[in-house]
Design a protein around this ligand. Sequence first.
Ligand code: AMP
Length: 363
Amino acid sequence: MTPLPPGGCIGILGGGQLGRMLSMAAAPLGYRCHIFGPEDPPPAGQVADRVTIADYLDRDALRSFAESVDIVTLEFENVPAGALEFLSHLVPVHPGVKALATTQDRLVEKDFANNVGAPTAPYAAVDSLDDLRAAIAKIGPETGSRAVLKTRRMGYDGKGQVMLDQESDLAQAWNALAGAPSILEGYIPFDGEVSVIVARGLDGSVSAYPPIANRHKNHILDTSTVPAGLNAIQANRAIATATDLAIALDYVGVLAVELFVTGDTFLVNEMAPRVHNSGHWSIEGAVTSQFEQHIRAICGLPLGSMALRGQVEMRNLIGDDVDQVPEILAEPGAHLHLYGKAEVRAGRKMGHVTYVKDGSDIT
Ligand code: AMP
């Protein structure tokens, strides 16, 4: 297993802010990046060596892309698994098809987690209104008749989800998802939400940041804080869950695992086969950022230290939060990251800001 030498080119499927921050982390390691995706223009393209704007299923474009890169990775988990499969016959692809296919489908993902011994909320497949009624009868009594109906695929930031309680009109809920294959999940009255970002190298070495506490606003990540305020037993348990999942997926790269905390129990909510919004603080707040760590892992380099540099908080700048940029820049110690998106839209992630309190600042 020879590491990719400096000068090599990394192909990234997806051109959003994650691809942008991956490209920026690849540069100091001597690598170039080639962005591939349908978005025109891609925010990542501003900092990449090359850009191909094409559909993920355009085989001619995928073939030329594969010829121009040494390795392929992704920053967007809804890249069709067929595109990754096609590329994997031409060039090394990390993470691989198994990880992508497992994490793209909430039902497959939950079955996988439970088989690995990582518990989830109770759930059932829903492909019809009758299935929904049967699922409520099965799961409802366990969770006080509160449940969440979610599409199996393509949901993010609360999209493709309907919360249900005893009063809900099930036919209306089912129609809201337009007949998409779905799952019903029992509602978990959690103490908090954390994520664990774990990295696994080509040689099988594994490392993780301490668990990250995440708060959402309108279903979109608002703030991430590290340390998360868990005790040592809880923190070790959360990290062990994420590590078990990465090993079972035969994963190479950075994997994010979102968990619901209920006492000392951690329930897997979802996994993202990529760098994750809840890890953006690591650019300034950790010895090795999640972006550099992902590049190291997929290129066969040794993993870096995932130790913290202090107490860290990251806040997303969503929609017109970007109007606060002058005030943020006036704050000493605020690290601003804007994603180069021309159009401000409600709910759109425009940037983030990170604050690190090192040992001398902690009060
Ligand atoms: P998801 O898209 O599955 O990550 O869900 C978005 C957010 O909705 C989560 O971060 C939780 O805050 C909330 N949520 C999703 N599923 C459940 C559940 N089964 N119980 C309680 N809250 C949930």
